[in-house]
Design a protein around this ligand. Sequence first.
Ligand SMILES: *[C@@H]1O[C@H](CO)[C@@H](O)[C@H](O)[C@H]1NC(C)=O
Length: 218
Amino acid sequence: MALGAFILFLLAAVMKGMRGDSELLQDFCVADTKSSVFTNGLPCLDPAKVTAQHFVTSVLRTPGNTSGTPTAATFIGVNPQNLPGLNTLGITLARIDIAPGGITGPHIHPRGTEISYVLKGKILAGFVEPRANKLFSQTLEAGDVFVVPKGALHYAANVGDTDAVAINALSSQNPGFLYLPFATFASTPGIPKDILAKSFAITEAQVEQIKKTLGGGS
Ligand SMILES: *[C@@H]1O[C@H](CO)[C@@H](O)[C@H](O)[C@H]1NC(C)=O
């Protein structure tokens, strides 16, 4: 195989692997949110029963209440439950509100690339590329756009004096959310203390302290 053809083949293979949700086989598949059938995505409602209401939601109108959360940040996501028309379309939208000084800690979306538009405020955003653990970080102002590759560990912080709001689009109807602090220190049952102590180069007493603070089991 010529080198050019080989590179094209590799590129196609990589792009196939990086594709988002699976292709739609019909015009739409509005979610039957009451179904108890478990499929990849939600089962489709009878198309004759579909209305305009299935394609609209107002869940992002209302800001999240950041004062009720430990890190002063809230996440409100559009999903096939609150926007049934989204089912199988391979895309979603979320609203992030962060109070001054608040953060969204390190987390991963296993199934979606995230593109973020800052609506208001000043946000420090960053992600780590896993090959060399290199950090890509930027301070974003209203109107700026930041993109996080699928599966990359990332975070955001409000570094301004006002509330910050970002609108995030993700390339999956269900991108998933693995919040690193909880996944590592607050799982049930807990990851053994000695493993966490060795992994993070801290003492088992410190592991215990973090688990207690985050509400994890011992
Ligand atoms: C926001 O949350 C705080 C703490 O839980 C609560 O006291 C307050 O009433 C909430 N505000 C609104 C507008 O819901």
